[in-house]
Design a protein around this ligand. Structure first.
Ligand SMILES: *[C@@H]1O[C@H](CO)[C@@H](O)[C@H](O)[C@H]1NC(C)=O
Ligand SMILES: *[C@@H]1O[C@H](CO)[C@@H](O)[C@H](O)[C@H]1NC(C)=O
Ligand SMILES: *[C@@H]1O[C@H](CO)[C@@H](O)[C@H](O)[C@H]1NC(C)=O
Ligand SMILES: *[C@@H]1O[C@H](CO)[C@@H](O)[C@H](O)[C@H]1NC(C)=O
Length: 404
């Protein structure tokens, strides 16, 4: 296991990488301007207000249609499926063959009710079926809620057979309604340097301009593909996602969460999504960045994140320290004024690009001041992993590595 915790111990490096982070609900923005830096004024650090409204969307379990069948990163997913006999105790999403440790598993990404056990899985190999032992491993950070994201680990012998599908056995019954395909990571084609894994969209997220900014800036920073989970999105964001799906750089996975977000499971099942995305990125991408749409990892002194990582050397995970940029602070209008002039002071005259409202409200252009405080690594950090090397990822750090 190699973790790059050392960034903050080395003052030279620290200057090159500052992490950026925002909370939309709290109206905070943490962005590090890549080109210019304004010293932050003295500010005190505010306590975090308690969590915002928890609006619950009623969801049902309808698998999505075949519209995305040409996207290999999407395939072969449908949506959350209940295990019929389990009385709403187990739901499954995706399954991956994991042969990286000495015990091989089919790893099922699931949502499981507290203390629920699943003792067997049934695998198919062509027309042969095989029953194997399994166990439930809760994914950390579940905050003691009724449900948790979990891995169901179906133990398989280290033969060379590749299972086609997996189903869970509950109350000694095989659940045929929730048979899911086993994804074989070894057989995948390489897709690019880096994917971005983003926690599920929720509350009808509809900040289309900010989403475009996120996708475009992360592309400039070396990201080749974006993996989103669709709990709910608003109409403008829907159009943005469709546009980028057509471009082939965005995968949107269905996420009709079967339990109540916040009340029954942590934020939209974020840990099931992030871990699914990490497995989905194995072999396809050298790196996967775990970030949210209001969080920017900015490499100072490097053209992009890939160059930075290569310079740092080979680690399982690259952890970026967090600083906050508050949304409600005064806008930095320097870029705006360059194009449109500043009406109140020395004006540049007529605007260079046309109507004022054509210059979008971009966070990275308007919010260039940050708090002086840089959080310690692991506290609100965000990170980039080598997906082949990690087993369980969390919100701010990695919990389990392959080499451990
Ligand atoms: C199972 O599949 C194999 C290979 O495709 C075939 O030879 C065999 O007849 C099948 N057996 C049954 C019971 O369908
Ligand atoms: C991957 O990163 C390297 C180094 O920055 C770059 O030369 C190459 O073009 C990148 N490949 C893709 C597909 O982005
Ligand atoms: C998101 O989910 C909704 C509801 O299932 C669906 O109508 C919409 O097309 C999805 N959007 C994308 C971009 O997949
Ligand atoms: C910053 O500019 C945006 C877009 O013009 C505006 O909506 C917002 O209220 C401004 N914020 C502040 C704190 O002035």
């Amino acid at each position: 296991m190699r973790i790059l915790w050392r960034l903050w111990l080395r003052p030279g490096l620290f200057k090159t990488i500052v992490f950026i982070f925002t909370f939309l609900s709290l109206a905070l923005l943490l962005i590090q301007s890549p080109t210019r830096y304004q010293p932050p004024s003295e500010v005190s650090i505010r306590d975090q207000p308690s969590s915002a409204k928890s609006q619950i969307a009623e969801t049902d379990l309808v698998p999505t249609g075949p519209s995305v069948e040409s996207d290999p990163i999407h395939l072969p997913n449908s949506d959350w499926l209940p295990i019929e006999h389990s009385n709403r105790e187990v739901f499954v999403y995706s399954a991956y063959l994991d042969r990286r440790k000495s015990q091989h598993y089919v790893r099922v990404i699931a949502i499981v009710r507290r203390r629920k056990k699943v003792q067997f899985c049934e695998l198919t190999y062509g027309n042969i079926t095989r029953r194997v032992s399994s166990k439930v491993k809760m994914i950390r950070e579940n905050w003691n809620l009724l449900y948790s994201a979990a891995y169901i680990l179906c133990e398989i012998p280290p033969d060379n057979k590749r299972p086609d599908t997996v189903a869970l056995v509950d109350n000694n019954k095989v659940d045929k309604t929730s048979v899911i395909p086993v994804q074989i990571t070894a057989e995948r084609a390489h897709h690019g340097n880096m994917s971005a894994c983003i926690k599920p969209f929720h509350y009808e997220f509809n900040r289309a301009v900010w989403l475009v900014e996120f996708i475009e800036l992360y592309q400039l920073l070396g990201t080749n593909h974006f993996i989103f989970y669709n709990h709910t999105v608003g109409p403008d964001v829907q159009k943005v996602l469709e546009y980028y799906q057509d471009e082939g750089i965005v995968t949107v996975l269905p996420w009709a969460l079967p339990v109540k977000s916040q009340k029954e499971i942590r934020t939209e099942g974020i840990f099931a999504a992030l871990n699914d995305c990490s497995f989905r990125s194995i072999k396809r991408f050298h790196y996967a960045a775990m970030v949210d749409v209001d969080e920017y990892l900015v490499p100072r002194g490097y053209a992009n994140l890939i160059d930075l990582i290569r310079e740092l050397g080979v680690y399982d995970v690259y952890i970026f320290q967090n600083v906050f940029y508050y949304l409600y602070w005064e806008n930095d209008t320097a870029i705006h004024d360059t194009f449109y002039g500043n009406k109140n002071e020395r004006s540049l005259g007529y605007s260079l690009l046309g109507e004022e409202d054509q210059f979008p409200y971009l966070l990275t252009a308007y919010k260039t001041r940050r708090l002086t405080k840089v959080h310690k690594p692991g506290t609100r950090s965000k990170y980039i992993v080598r997906p082949e090397q990690v087993v369980e990822v969390g919100n701010h750090n990695v919990w389990e590595h392959v080499g451990k």
